[in-house]
Write a protein that binds this ligand. Structure first.
Ligand code: M6R
Length: 607
């Protein structure tokens, strides 16, 4: 939700900021803006819509003198996505500018108070109160850091914010609470951003800021303080090992396509050092010292929730650990009964999803241990979990999650094997067979992906005029049906519903007609005959069917789509990319903005 960047250094700041915003645009793209000080004046330039509009607006303007400034790309929460609501926001006298990611929950109360005192507001956003509050504190004679402290002491909610001010030229003040903010430490230059790729071409040395911390940067120095007391805080600089190429398209038309094609490598990377096939052992040293959970609660959102649901089938079948999977936004607001011995597994690609974080905080308050399964190193989920298992998928830029889910499924498979060995529920031979098959997946998938893409392209053309799709699956393929439907709707805007195949006759069957096709997951496993008879029910009502299945499947449907068979539920790893590819090709064929679908943002850091 919203991307923020700040730069203080020796280069012209605006191009650095625009480049950073380009890398953050996945976080929101309703509008964008920059603020910088030049010739003793504060300049703010903003534009509605994508970053390209802001770039156009800056074209031909002399913006090359400023060597510090801030930039923002917005995902609207308060106020329409129009120019007056774009960040940065300024105080009335235009002495300072603020960018913000998050939500100021008590903004209306503060706004009313400020308006009663004669303050005029130029936008409908919650953020603008921060600019006015700060200016008032500075007007009282407070230095900027104290003004920040006083202002943030008044606001409730979540924020990562950065401020430039005429009072402190060449300096940026920033702070965080429940929204991500990282500091990039360079030579003669320093950066602030919502996410590391924003400044990765310039430095790999980063400092992860924690809630309640404030930072002051200029070109030559940085200082972290406690936002309430302004007491200095010692921070460790961490070196990032992945490089900028991991966050670029690498010749693919879209990040999503690139990320789908990266999945063989993702599986291989996830397995590296974690598999001892001869011993039939999955090795997750992170779990050392953590007793086998008596019950496991998996808490996640969106695609990560689907991964968790899939994991439940394996965890219960192989390890016998009672597992419950819940969307985090529900879990956090009910009264989950947690008892000693329970473990909560929080799954999140970004590690910053507000609901997932709230769910895991609640669990910890109630004495449960939390395992965080997450992709972004140093994220809030990673920092706040008792145990962190890194999914190691590398940066995922496309808003529609693909390779992250693949990595989550790989780790969940290893987790189920680990726990299964501990409980003795799964046999050694099954563990060996599973690990053997897992190790082969990267090469099998690598060979299959180009074929899969061609098939997806054909089917996308055939079904491009459809306005609704039903996805069906059973067992571990039911979560895949949910995921297939989510992928299709989020990037192609075609309505799609995922259903447990056996539930179809309890309602959705009423929708079936020749214009309402079904995408079925029909692997040749023990549930195949059941899925087959569900599909006959669809056919009997004139519904068209695409069936993702295995070679040799005995079924007559409109389109058979064969993918190679793997051991047990591991065929998932060869079917999931087909679902992703179908959604991708459909969206691309329809000319949709695949990587930045409307209304969505990559990381949902607000409720
Ligand atoms: O970063 P997280 O895994 O916590 O994100 C959860 C969801 O917001 C995310 O999976 C979302 O549903 C994606 N747009 C799915 O493609």
């Amino acid at each position: 939700m919203c991307g923020i960047i700040g730069y203080c250094g020796h280069r012209p700041a605006v191009p650095v900021i625009l480049e950073g915003l380009r890398r953050l645009e996945y976080r929101g793209y309703d509008s964008a803006g920059v603020a910088f000080l030049q010739h003793g004046e504060l300049h703010v330039v903003r534009a509605q819509g994508k970053l390209a509009n802001l770039e156009k607006r800056l074209e031909g303007q002399n913006v090359f003198q400023a060597t510090s400034g801030i930039g923002h790309t917005r995902w609207a929460t308060h106020g329409l996505p129009i120019e007056k609501n774009a960040h940065p926001h300024t105080d009335g006298a235009k002495r300072l500018a603020v960018i913000h990611n998050g939500i100021i929950e008590n903004y209306q109360e503060i706004k009313n108070e400020l308006m009663a005192e004669g303050c005029a507001f130029a936008s409908d956003t919650d953020t603008e109160v921060l600019a006015h509050l700060l200016a008032r504190a500075i007007d009282k004679g407070l230095p900027t850091d104290q003004a920040m402290s006083e202002t943030l002491g008044r606001v409730e909610g979540a924020y990562a914010l950065a401020v430039v001010s005429l009072d402190t030229p060449g300096v940026i003040h920033a702070a965080r609470k429940s929204s991500p903010l990282v500091l990039g430490v360079g030579v003669g230059e320093n950066f602030l951003a919502s996410d590391i790729p924003a400044f990765l071409p310039y430095t790999r040395d980063v400092v992860f800021l924690e809630d309640g911390e404030m930072v002051r940067i200029d070109a030559a120095s940085w200082r972290v303080m406690d936002v309430a007391t302004l007491a200095p805080i010692e921070k460790e600089i961490k070196h990032i090992t992945w490089d900028v190429s991991a966050a670029q398209k690498g010749g693919f038309k879209h990040f999503m396509l690139k990320e789908i094609f990266e999945q063989p490598k993702v599986i291989a990377d996830c397995l590296a050092g974690r598999v001892d096939v001869a011993a039939g052992r999955a090795v997750l040293p992170e779990l050392a010292g953590l007793p086998t959970p008596e019950r496991l609660f998996i808490v996640a959102c969106g695609t990560s929730f689907h991964a968790g649901l899939w994991g439940m089938y394996l965890l219960e079948q192989w390890a016998g650990v009672p597992t419950r999977v819940e969307v985090a936004s529900e879990f956090r607001y009910r009264e989950p009964v947690l008892q000693p011995g329970d473990v909560v597994l929080a799954i999140s690609q970004s590690g910053e999803t507000a609901d997932t974080l709230a769910g895991m905080r609640l669990a910890r308050q109630r004495g449960a241990k939390v395992i965080g399964l997450c992709n972004v190193v140093g994220s809030s989920v990673a920092r706040e979990s008792d145990v962190v298992i890194s999914t190691q998928a590398g940066p995922e830029i496309s808003v529609a999650s693909t390779k992250a889910m693949c990595s989550q499924l790989t780790v969940l498979t290893l987790l189920a094997l680990c726990l299964g060995e501990a409980t003795g529920k799964i046999s050694r031979q099954d563990r060996i067979d599973c690990l053997t098959s897992l190790e082969k997946l990267p090469s099998v998938l690598e060979a299959e992906l180009p074929r899969m893409r061609e098939r997806a392209m054909d089917l996308a053309k055939t079904y491009s005029e459809v306005s609704s799709f039903l996805y069906l699956g059973r067992g571990p393929y039911y979560p895949l049906a949910l995921e297939g439907a989510l992928k299709l709707k989020e990037i192609s805007y075609i309505h799609a519903e995922g259903y447990a195949a056996g539930e179809m006759k309890h309602g959705p069957i009423a929708l079936i007609d020749p214009r309402f096709p079904t995408f079925a997951l029909a692997p040749m496993d023990e549930l195949f005959p059941k899925v087959k008879s569900n599909l006959e029910e669809v056919q009997a009502r004139g519904g068209k069917i695409i069936a993702l299945t295995h070679p040799g499947a005995d079924m007559r449907v409109d389109h058979i789509w064969e993918t190679p068979k793997a051991w047990g539920p591991l065929s998932t790893f060869l079917m999931l990319p087909a679902l992703q590819m179908f959604a991708y090709e459909m969206a691309d064929y329809l000319g949709k903005d695949v990587d930045q679908p409307r209304n969505l943002a990559k990381s949902v850091t607000v409720e």
